[in-house]
Design a binder for this molecule. Structure first.
Ligand code: CTP
Length: 415
């Protein structure tokens, strides 16, 4: 495959050397297009050595070969890593004042960007608006990850690891997604639909300082809400507890309304309200199955002895929504399962789908290091006939799109 790797001026450029190496080692023809600023971090000699191809930033070299257009038109995939806030702004505006800008305008190949910047820049309304524009054009966004940043701060803004970028980008091509360049047309196949999505983990209080909770980060539900809105739906995102920064992008989307909740009871009430007018309901939240029978009014103290917590069962919110569904409404469940292999995963999923009565169940393998607190995910989608209709892997945004593709394929809610 002919891969163009655009590198822009961020310290994470040093990690992109590994990305290029991985792509070349896997047999891809890689052309690196750094910006002038990127070369302040990693020089031409390194890019030429790892890519085994000549490197230029200028549109004025190799003019006879129309190199500036040739790179874009030859590409099967364009990756921009790191993508700085400035680069995202240039891409959103369609600026073409260097070889990378021209290449991005000339290509019809999928475009994958891996943003890297300080959290404040990432969260700025301008950056989020630019990302929104790019997503609407079909550009795929991988990350950023949460963690320590240059200068000692911490938060969302780290470029995701090179191997993760490579895997996500190759998955985009494998799925044969629509072109992601400026010429790529975003799908608007959910336009006019009202969608309710729940996300995050509920917390059941034990006393004023403690709770029963779970490891859900809220990323998959936020990605589902974001993807639905990008595809034209009006979305209510009912969010229980989520990791820092997870809701930033979705909450800035003009078609997403975020409702914050904490306990299962609050989530049930908010989802029942949202479902009353929704065409599609997706329960992605990790709901606590049990709550404490009597919440202690004051802090439980050691001197009072080891507490014996009596638990009572929470309602099954999804089963309740299915029972009270509006005519034509489509319900999607998510199942988090630990399983020894795929056969067991699908079997457990089938039993759960029947128990819940949903139209679509996304079965998600979880373990100590899978499913939770990661940007990657894999789900098997089961329809109401218990058929596996998709096996989707990639970033949580990719998985979200696969779920909406399956909803569209079911057809019923599309007006
Ligand atoms: N769910 C719900 N209300 C609950 C528990 C789960 O609405 N009290 C929803 C989840 O949002 C998800 C689906 O049901 O869409 C499956 O959740 P999961 O935790 O996998 O299943 P459980 O029903 O809790 O069954 P178990 O814990 O036995 O696997």
């Amino acid at each position: 495959m002919f891969v163009v790797v655009g590198v822009t001026g961020g310290i994470a450029a040093y990690k992109t050397v590994q990305l290029v190496r991985t792509l070349v080692t896997n047999g891809h023809e890689v052309h690196v297009v750094p910006t002038v600023d990127a070369l302040r971090f990693v020089g031409t000699a390194t890019w030429e050595a790892v890519s085994r191809n000549p490197v230029t930033t200028s549109v004025h070299e190799d003019v006879a070969q129309v190199r500036h257009v040739a790179l874009g038109t030859s590409a099967d995939l364009v990756i921009v890593a790191p993508a700085t806030a400035h680069t995202l702004a240039r891409m959103a505006a369609g600026l073409a004042d260097d070889l990378l800008g021209v290449t991005l305008l000339a290509t019809t190949a999928p475009v994958v960007v891996a943003p890297a910047m300080h959290t404040a820049m990432w969260e700025h309304a301008a950056t989020q608006q630019n990302l929104h524009t790019l997503r609407e054009r079909g550009v795929h966004v991988v990350g950023p990850a949460d963690g320590p940043l240059t200068g000692g701060d911490s938060g969302p803004g780290r470029m995701v690891e090179p191997d993760e970028i490579a895997a996500a980008a190759l998955a985009v091509v494998a799925r044969g997604d629509a072109a992601g360049g400026v010429s790529g047309k975003a799908r608007h196949d959910l336009a006019g639909l009202s969608v309710a999505v729940s996300t995050g983990g509920t917390r059941e209080p034990i006393d004023p300082v403690r709770f029963l909770g779970n490891r859900s980060s809220g990323r998959q539900g936020a990605a589902l809400a974001q993807a639905a809105a990008d595809r034209g739906a009006d979305v209510t995102l009912v969010a229980a507890h989520v990791d820092d920064g997870v809701l930033t992008e979705a909450s800035r989307h003009p078609r997403v309304a975020v409702v914050r909740v904490s306990t299962a009871a609050e989530l049930q009430s908010a989802m029942t309200d949202a479902a009353a007018t929704a065409d599609v309901v997706a329960m992605v939240a990790a709901v606590a199955d049990y709550r404490v029978a009597a919440i202690a009014p004051g802090k439980l103290r050691k001197e009072d002895g080891i507490p014996r917590l009596e638990l009572v069962e929470n309602p099954d919110i999804l089963a309740g929504l299915v029972a009270g569904r509006r005519p034509g409404q489509l319900l999607v469940g998510f199942a988090a399962e630990t399983a020894a292999d795929d056969a067991e995963l699908v079997e457990r999923g089938r039993r759960k789908r029947a128990r819940k009565g949903v139209d679509l169940l996304a079965v998600n393998r979880v373990s100590w290091d899978e499913g939770f607190e990661t940007t990657e995910n894999r789900v098997v989608l089961l329809d109401a006939h218990d058929e596996v209709v998709a096996d989707a892997a990639g970033t949580k945004c990719d998985v979200a799109d696969a779920v909406w593709d399956a909803v569209v394929a079911l057809g019923s809610p599309v007006r």
